[in-house]
Ligand binder design. Structure first.
Ligand code: FAD
Length: 388
């Protein structure tokens, strides 16, 4: 596809998963992009890729990555998950296939590696300039100016913009700016539960210690563990638990209580997490919340996509997938209404907001289903975490 180069530059705030993929998609259609990221360049500095080391990539996300012609580079870093492996409290396993056909699978992918591929691809287009360590502090819509703060030197700079797309995650500065202008809804709804990441390392001979091609789940009522495979034969294990109450992050707060907790509820996995207490106390506890806001755009000037518009709790494994779908929806609208950004942004808002709200509610329901259904084994096995 040959696209002529557009005169105007689009400014994207946030070079996470959605922002970096969007930069590729837009540049391939001839747009010049200025992409600003608060953190250092993850390809050069050893920083954690942020929350959740690995993610479930499903069809919605794959479709957008295909449109960016990135799947050839991404396929080698994917680990197939053919279904859920449910571990009951007695240590019995129940495998539930995601589908009958071989292609009905989802994939585990490293957040960091996926992000790096998108950043490289964006730069390779020759149309994307990426500015790291630049935090968007505020947006002045009257004068079309963004204030950035350099995270190393605290120096402030002003940049002009024509269109700004906020892919700056759940605590979005662009969302704040839009909602200072116009706000019908702006809710951040805490789940009251948090998560902690742990690790099952590879076996002595570099082998996977539990089934490689599955998304593992240990459902236990008000709390649960999941594990996704990594390409190096390790698993990233995530504990989801209440912030307060009897079994909670507040109460399980010593090496003894962590060990006793795992010994009682996750007996089969305990020997496979040798660094349990070290990881438990050195890894952060991530809070979970849903963001619902409206509108997602301001006139022809600004649009929110990804978690900035609709952060959701992770119990359907769809946050990134929906964000990638948002990016593709924007491209489709651009192709329909070439150059008319007021129409483009309004159309994306209209088409995607309803989907964002639906998946946000489904993700919470799925967590509740899990917690309330734990005593009914048959029901539990049928409804265990979807991640589809
Ligand atoms: P982010 O990934 O948050 O990226 C935002 C970027 O903007 C970051 O690089 C940040 O540094 C930058 N930034 C922030 N503020 C500023 C600023 N003011 N100025 C400049 N830059 C800024 N989704 C799935 O699809 N599948 C899964 O299996 C899955 N599992 C998950 C598990 C957990 C525990 C969690 C918490 C989430 C999970 N998600 C999953 C959701 C997924 O992580 C998010 O939906 C996804 O990261 C959203 O991408 P994003 O680019 O919109 O935002």
């Amino acid at each position: 596809m040959n696209h002529s180069i557009h005169k105007e530059k689009i400014t994207i705030i946030g070079a996470g998963l959605v922002g970096s993929l969007l930069a590729v998609l837009l540049a391939k259609r001839g747009y010049r992009i200025a992409l600003y990221e608060r953190r250092p360049d993850m390809r050069r500095t050893d920083i954690s890729a942020g929350r959740s080391i690995n993610l479930a990539l499903a069809n919605r996300g794959i479709y957008a990555l295909q449109q960016a012609e990135l799947m050839e580079k991404i396929s080698p870093i994917l680990t197939e998950m053919k279904g859920r492996m449910v571990h009951d409290i007695e240590g019995q396993l129940n495998f539930q296939s995601y589908g009958q056909k071989p292609e009905e699978v989802i994939y585990s992918v490293s957040r960091g590696e996926l992000n790096k591929i998108c950043l490289n691809a964006a730069e390779e287009t020759g149309l994307v300039d990426i500015f790291f360590n630049q935090r968007c502090e505020s947006v002045d819509f009257k004068n079309n100016q963004i204030t950035f703060v350099d995270e190393n030197t605290a120096t402030q700079t002003l940049q002009q913009f024509s269109q700004i797309i906020g892919t700056d995650g759940s605590a979005s500065a662009v969302r704040e700016a839009i909602h200072q202008q116009t706000s019908q809804q702006h809710e951040i709804i805490p789940l009251g539960h948090s998560y902690k990441e742990l690790r099952i390392p590879p076996g002595r001979n570099g082998e996977y210690l539990i089934e490689k091609n599955a998304l593992h789940i240990w459902p236990r009522g008000g709390f649960m563990l999941i594990a996704l495979p990594n390409a190096d034969a390790s698993f990233t294990v995530t504990l989801f638990m209440s912030n307060e109450g009897n079994i909670s992050f507040e109460n399980i707060n010593s090496a003894e209580s962590v060990k006793a907790f795992f010994d009682e509820y996750f007996t089969d996995i305990l020997p496979l997490i040798p660094q349990l207490t070290k990881d438990f106390f050195s890894n952060p506890t991530g809070k979970l919340a849903t963001v619902k806001c409206s509108p997602w755009h301001f006139k022809d000037k600004a649009l929110l996509l990804g978690d900035a518009a609709h952060a959701i709790v992770p119990f359907h494994g769809q946050g990134m997938n929906c964000g990638f779908e948002d990016a593709w929806e924007l491209i489709k609208s651009i192709e329909q209404h070439a150059g008319d950004f007021a129409k483009i942004f309004a159309q994306v808002n209209q088409n995607r907001k309803i989907n964002g709200d639906a998946i946000a509610d489904m993700a919470i329901e799925n967590y509740i289903t899990m917690r309330d259904s734990v005593r009914d084994k048959k029901f539990l096995l049928k409804n265990a975490l979807a991640f589809e």
